[in-house]
Design a protein around this ligand. Sequence first.
Ligand code: SME
Length: 155
Amino acid sequence: MAEQLIISGGTKQERYEALLPQVQSVVDGEADLIANMANVAAMLHETFRFWWTGFYRVQGEELVLGPFQGPLACTRIRKGRGVCGTAWQQAETQVVPDVEQFPGHIACSSASRSEIVVPIFREGTVVAVLDIDSAELCTFDDTDRRYLERLVAML
Ligand code: SME
């Protein structure tokens, strides 16, 4: 697929339903994880116009910044630190309606108000996380969690 069909209207669920098959077709044709992360970050960001959409990869005891769309971000996050480090440590998606209420949240950007972080697994181990930031409060809910967990399973 050379060009993304952007779904701008409809409910959140309808947008994810339209996006997921497009992600599948992009990922099916490419084995390189970084290339796929780059295109997935772009597709999510274009569809939902989030503030920041990207990946951190596990490298030893740290998460290291991977492909993303949006403003400059911190490059390294230790295990258990912030929302990303917590998602890694607990091997569980973190939905944060208000980042100021999350103990230890790492503010890469002061504009970020809510966040979701979804772990990515290889053989039961977290190898990376998908991190999405919104400039508005309460952007993410269980619908995002369900679809984004399905999406990262395609990688
Ligand atoms: N807020 C994240 C750090 C990464 S940036 O949002 C891109 C956290 O607390 O882990």
